[in-house]
Design a protein around this ligand. Structure first.
Ligand code: UDP
Length: 335
């Protein structure tokens, strides 16, 4: 079976759906601290538990025959990580170490790890490749880079086979409209704009208009969550194919196109045919002006293709938000 840790979360639940569609027997471990039970595909086995709990992990690994692990469970808010670094080092680093230790104990050596563009900090290049210097500027980014370093050491010492995927800005929803983005405390740009356009927020704030970009607002690389999920399947196939040989690879996952906050708002207005109220606000601490990926490496090496541009990403997100204005709560009510 393929164990998906954090499979009830936003990106994890989309990966679970892709795994089930591809015919993999899938097992989800999630403590539902930020994820939703309703997001987990019905074809997967669900276990509520903690990746940092040795007893939860032993129970799981002794009961199921796990072939590979995908690890999505992490806290991922930059601002929160600055205010509460202990939470990030505990949940993102220490708990992952417990998972890796248990995998070693049960002889499971194939691992796909969710990392982040925050690993690069403030890059000195327009298109970030995997060769770009890793120098995170906040505890969230550092927690991910620490795990990347642990993986490298585990690979040399214990034969761990792994692929690290560094995501740029995940967005959109499965095209069925049945699963999507539902954070209890939403901070991400696209869901916030769409919630505003749905009438659930009075305005959308633009954080900073004096960045060194053409329109003064931050530029990001938005990548569809299903494109991300499909990259995980390719990575999984690669580690399983290479069993016995050393695999320790890092890939960026992005579209290679940068859009400013203003451009994203305009695209949301176009897709929804609604007009946004904009509030111009101060810069948000820790935001780099521009983060755009070069994802050529995974395209060349694993044949990854992206299907969704920004307009299509927003179409799928809008479909999710329109049908589930209160997220999974409304979804549950409809079932
Ligand atoms: N942003 C904004 N207003 C908001 C939320 C986000 O202007 O209400 C900006 C944010 O400063 C960043 C970009 O939108 O430049 C993307 O932010 P998000 O939180 O979605 O992702 P991040 O890049 O932080 O991972």
């Amino acid at each position: 079976m393929i164990l998906v840790v954090g499979g009830a979360g936003y990106i994890g639940s989309h990966a679970v759906k892709e795994l089930c569609d591809a015919g993999y027997e899938t097992l989800v471990l999630d403590n539902l601290s930020t994820g939703h039970r309703a997001a987990v595909d019905e074809r997967a086995v669900f276990i509520k538990g903690d990746l940092g709990s040795e007893s939860d992990l032993h129970r799981l690994f002794s009961r199921y025959s796990v072939e590979a692990v995908m690890h999505f469970a992490a806290n991922s808010l930059v601002g929160e990580s600055v205010a509460d670094p202990l939470k990030y080092y505990e949940n993102n680093v220490s708990a992952t170490l417990t998972l890796l230790k248990t995998m070693c104990a049960y002889g499971v050596s194939s691992f796909i790890f969710s990392s982040t563009a925050a690993a690069y900090g403030i890059p000195d290049t327009d298109y970030i490749t995997e060769e770009t210097m890793v120098r995170p500027i906040n505890p969230y980014g550092r927690s991910k880079v620490m795990v990347e370093q642990i993986l490298e050491d585990f690979s040399h010492a214990y034969g761990l086979q792994y692929i690290v995927l560094r995501y740029f800005n995940a967005a959109g929803a499965d095209q069925s409209g049945n699963i999507g983005e539902d954070h209890r405390n939403e901070t991400h740009l696209i869901p916030l704009i769409l919630q505003h356009l749905l009438g659930k927020r009075p305005y959308i704030s633009i954080f900073g208009t004096d960045y060194p970009t053409p329109d003064g607002t931050c530029i990001r690389d938005y990548i569809h969550v299903t494109d991300l999920a499909k990259a995980h399947i390719l990575a999984l196939e690669e580690v399983l194919r290479n069993k016995g040989e050393q695999t320790c690879e890092v890939y960026n996952l992005g579209n290679g196109c940068g859009y400013s906050v203003q451009e994203v708002i305009r695209m949301c207005e176009k897709v929804t045919e609604r007009k946004a109220n904009i509030e111009y606000a101060e810069r948000r601490p820790g935001d780099p002006a521009r983060l755009v990926a070069s994802a050529d490496k995974i395209k060349h090496k694993l044949g990854w293709k992206t299907e969704y541009d920004l307009e299509k990403i927003i179409h799928t997100a809008w479909k999710w938000h329109l049908h589930h204005p209160d997220g999974y709560i409304s979804f549950e009510a409809m079932r």
